[in-house]
Every structure is written in structure tokens, then in C-alpha cells.
Design a protein around this ligand. Structure first.
Ligand code: DCP
Length: 302
């Protein structure tokens, strides 16, 4: 059950800064689903194609220059042994209205019951005819619900944000750890959290209580990622911060299969290096207005 995490309007500044929020994002999601389904080793370069374009590229392929905007022919020129898996498609001949089937499939997924997929499994893309077939995302929806259900079993507050990402509020878990663990145990959690986590600006848990809470959150985040991996076989990247926006920015900083913390001190630094329009809500008209206003105040270079 997806819930909306936090209603910060009702919290004062010091409560807001005590929050520990994690953003979790599955790595190259469709590519992971296909590699697992087909039993292909994660080190093999693999991409998921829809008709002649790529919609997901795994990290071994990315490291060799394959990007989502390339088509299959261009990508194979770069990496001849690239495995291209076509998204599932369903044709009229296979019966049933596609949307109705997908909806029914989702209903089964929520209940945790898998359904058979009658579609032929093709991996070369050549026989997927755009005219007569429709794309089905049910493999990915099903995998997504498995991940969300693993998260829901492990965490108190989970909010599904999209097919491959979720927020988890671990404030209470951090509070409970601080309240019940002894000093040595807390030190161990903090050390473990710091060790497993990249940081935009290094955490200073010995001098900052906020950073100590983030480090414990990072320890929790590593545990959550490990349990999702164990339950589903999928790797996720994580971001740990005092709010959702920063947690989301953080999770993208060290991919794949890594996690990053953004402390209060790191915020200024991150904001300086961030294209403003990539912040949620500032991509459209509002962003244009804010940009224009900033230019009026600070001049053209801003
Ligand atoms: N997707 C798609 N078409 C796009 C972008 C994405 O069909 N233009 C699908 C395929 C992706 C999934 O959505 O696997 C999630 O998209 P992300 O943007 O999160 O990218 P990935 O999960 O593939 O990679 P990353 O590890 O960078 O998050």
C-alpha cells in the first residue's frame, strides 16, 4: 500500500531536520528484469529495445558508450556483442484486449500471484511488428510490485513514486535505534553507515547530531537494499537525506548499486552544481519564471 510520506507543513524547522528520508531507485530497471528473466549474467552488456530504439541500458553497456537515445544498429556498432531484448509485445492474435489483460495482470500482482504470459519470448527484436502488436509492460509492473512488497515488509512508511522508485521514511527507525541501542552499538551503526555510503560532503557524525542520524539512516538503507536484493535479485541505489527532494537527488549520484547521503552542509554545494530546471516542479513554466526572476536580480550569468 503506497502512502504519501510526510506532511512537512505540520512540522517546525527542527523537526524537519530530524527526519531521515531514503529514496530508492532500481538500477537500469527494465534491463535488470530482462537479464534475470533470461538468466543472463549482469556483467554482459544488455539493452532493452522498443521497436528500433533503446529504452533501458545496463551499466556494462553504458560504460562502453551505449546510451538510451541510440538505436539498435548504432548501439551494436559500438558494442557488437550487445544483447538487445525487445520489450514484450502482444498481438491481436494472442487474444484479449491488451489494456484489459494488463489491468488483470496488475490485480494479480498486487495479490502476489504470478500469471502465465502466453506471449512468445523473442530476444532479437526482428519479429516485433509495430503495426500489428502492442507493447506490454507487465513484466516490469510485476517485478516492481515484488520490490514494493519486499519494501513494505521491511519498512513502516513506504511511498511508491514510480514503477522503479520509492521513498521510505526511516525517522522512527532511527529514533528507536538512538533510544534503545547503547553507545557502542550506535557507534557501530554510524561507522557502518558511513563506510557504505558516498557523500557529496563527508558526514561528520562525531560533531553533528544531524549527520549522526543520517549515518544511522545510511546503515538502515544498506540493510533495506540488501533485503530487496535477497528477496528479488534486483539492485537499487539509495539516497539518504532530511527530505524527499534531496534524497532523490542523492540516489542518482552513485549508481549502480551504491548509496549517497546528503547532509545539511552538502546542500549548498549540491545546489551550486545542479541545473535548476531538473528540480521537480521547476521543469516547466514556473521554472522559466523563476529563472527569469533570478536573472533580473543576479544578472545574466545566474
Ligand atoms: N523507460 C522507458 N522510456 C524512457 C525512460 C525510461 O521506457 N524514455 C523505462 C525503462 C527504464 C525504466 O523506465 O528501465 C526506469 O527509468 P529510469 O529513468 O529510472 O532509468 P533506468 O532505471 O533504466 O536507469 P537508472 O539506473 O539510470 O535509473
Amino acid at each position: 500500500d503506497a502512502r504519501d510520506i510526510g506532511h512537512p507543513g505540520s512540522m517546525d524547522a527542527s523537526q524537519l531536520q530530524r527526519r531521515v528520508v531514503i529514496h530508492l531507485d532500481l538500477d537500469c530497471f527494465y534491463a535488470q528484469v530482462e537479464a534475470k528473466r533470461l538468466g543472463i549474467d549482469p556483467s554482459v552488456p544488455l539493452a532493452v529495445q522498443q521497436w528500433s530504439g533503446l529504452i533501458a541500458v545496463n551499466y556494462p553497456a553504458r560504460h562502453r558508450g551505449v546510451k538510451r537515445h541510440l538505436n539498435v544498429t548504432e548501439a551494436k556498432k559500438l558494442v557488437p556483442e550487445l544483447v538487445c531484448v525487445h520489450v514484450e509485445t502482444i498481438g491481436d492474435d494472442e487474444g484479449g484486449h491488451v489494456d484489459a489483460e494488463a489491468a488483470e495482470d496488475d490485480a494479480h500482482d498486487v495479490a502476489g500471484v504470478g500469471v502465465g504470459v502466453p506471449t512468445a519470448e523473442k530476444t532479437d527484436g526482428t519479429s516485433h511488428d509495430k503495426q500489428s502488436r502492442k507493447v506490454s509492460l507487465r513484466r516490469y509492473r510485476r517485478a516492481s510490485w515484488r520490490v514494493m512488497s519486499a519494501l513494505a515488509d521491511r519498512c513502516e512508511h513506504v511511498e511508491r513514486a514510480s514503477i522503479d522508485e520509492a521513498y521510505v521514511d526511516v525517522t522512527r527507525e532511527v529514533d528507536a535505534a538512538v533510544a534503545t541501542a547503547n553507545a557502542a552499538e550506535i557507534d557501530e551503526m554510524v561507522r557502518d553507515g558511513v563506510r557504505r555510503t558516498g557523500a557529496v560532503v563527508p558526514l561528520t557524525p562525531s560533531t553533528s547530531e544531524h549527520d549522526r542520524r543520517l549515518a544511522i539512516g545510511a546503515h538502515v538503507c544498506a540493510g533495506i537494499r540488501a533485503s530487496v536484493l535477497e528477496r528479488t535479485g534486483f539492485t537499487m541505489s539509495g539516497g539518504i537525506a532530511h527530505n524527499k527532494m534531496l534524497a532523490k537527488l542523492a540516489s542518482a549520484r552513485n549508481k549502480p548499486n551504491r548509496q549517497t547521503a546528503v547532509s545539511r552542509r552538502a546542500v549548498t554545494e549540491m545546489m551550486e552544481s545542479l541545473p535548476m530546471r531538473s528540480i521537480k516542479g521547476l521543469g516547466g513554466k514556473l521554472g522559466e519564471k523563476v529563472e527569469a526572476a533570478l536573472r533580473r536580480v543576479f544578472g545574466e550569468g545566474s
